[in-house]
Write a protein that binds this ligand. Structure first.
Ligand code: NDP
Length: 280
């Protein structure tokens, strides 16, 4: 039976480290690191995500403020709003919760964020920095995945890692970050022809497709480590991308919920602290 890689336990450790760093920052500067959360509309999943981000900010000793804006807000007005927030010196990080309502273009809104406050790491400049191997704010979910693997003692150097998913926010940046760790990376997506065979070769499987059960037991090499990023609602229940019985063959596996999710939130707080340190 696979060992459980408990994201809640690790996230609490990360938040405790953030809290220590935030205290030191406050002593040095007279203010805590600050995070603004911007939610446009009232998407139920987004509401629950921002609540966990607010709670994590409190745990990590950060100042946070949440701005709830109407779904009808015009793109220009939202860009100006984000621009005003970015001038506030108490705020080191600004998070615009995605997805935005369909009337708003994500790229245009993100472009209003200054890269040094882009704690989600989604702006073009921060993504370019990742590609170039330069320092910058990295996306939180990939950071959380890499941290969990390191925490569990998984050596990535030379390991065969399969990432299912190539989105701009998860799969693609994760693949680049795995390369930084010297893993041999295969990225699979909806056009991939040999998903089952490719997954079977992997020492580490990371599923980020948003397809419940896409990773099945017979696809996983005995002893492989499996990280489940997926969040899917099936019959009112939250499940990942990995079938439950994969735990019979994997050596270690993250649960859903309680795996990558809490790590994403914890890494957002770590990024906010990092951004705050850059601002001084
Ligand atoms: P996207 O929908 O943006 O991307 C999904 C990716 O998976 C795409 O690259 C897509 O391929 C690929 N894909 C979809 N179906 C298949 C398939 N049948 N076979 C192979 N590849 C497939 O999703 P995100 O990257 O934003 O998120 C992925 C999952 O992770 C979702 O369930 C999301 O809820 C979850 N998530 C979890 C987080 C957490 O904190 N735990 C944070 C962020 C996301 P193609 O590019 O060809 O379309």
């Amino acid at each position: 039976m696979a060992e459980r890689i408990d994201g809640r336990v690790r996230a609490d450790q990360v938040l405790a480290e953030v809290q220590t760093g935030a205290m030191a920052f406050r002593e040095a500067t007279g203010r805590p690191p600050g995070l603004a959360i911007v939610l446009v509309g009232d998407h139920p999943a987004s509401l629950s995500y921002i609540r966990s981000k607010e709670q994590a900010a409190t745990k990590g000793g950060l100042y946070s403020e949440t701005h709830r804006l109407p779904a009808t807000m015009a793109e220009d007005a939202l860009r100006r709003f984000v621009g005003r927030l970015s001038e506030d010196e108490r705020l080191d990080g600004i998070l615009v919760q995605l997805p935005l309502p369909e009337t708003l273009r994500q790229e245009e809104v993100l472009a209003a964020l200054p890269p040094d406050k882009d704690v989600d790491g989604f702006t073009t400049l921060n993504q370019g920095r990742l590609l170039a191997g330069e320092a910058g704010l990295r996306p939180c979910t990939p950071l959380g995945v890499i941290d969990l693997l390191r925490w569990h003692g998984v050596s990535l150097d030379g390991a065969n890692v399969v990432v299912i998913g190539r989105s701009r926010t998860v799969g693609r940046p994760l693949a680049l970050m795995l390369l930084e760790q010297h893993a041999s990376v295969t990225v699979l997506h909806s056009h991939s022809q040999s998903l089952a065979q490719d997954v079977l070769r992997a020492d580490v499987v990371i599923a980020a497709a948003g397809q419940a059960g896409i990773v099945r037991r017979e696809m996983v090499r005995p002893g492989a480590v499996v990280i489940d990023v997926g969040i899917n609602r099936v019959d009112g229940k939250l499940v990942g991308d990995v079938a439950a019985d994969v735990a019979d063959v994997a050596s270690a596996m993250t649960p859903v919920p309680g795996g990558v999710g809490p790590m994403t939130v914890a890494m957002l707080m770590a990024n906010t602290l990092e951004a705050a340190r850059w601002h001084y």
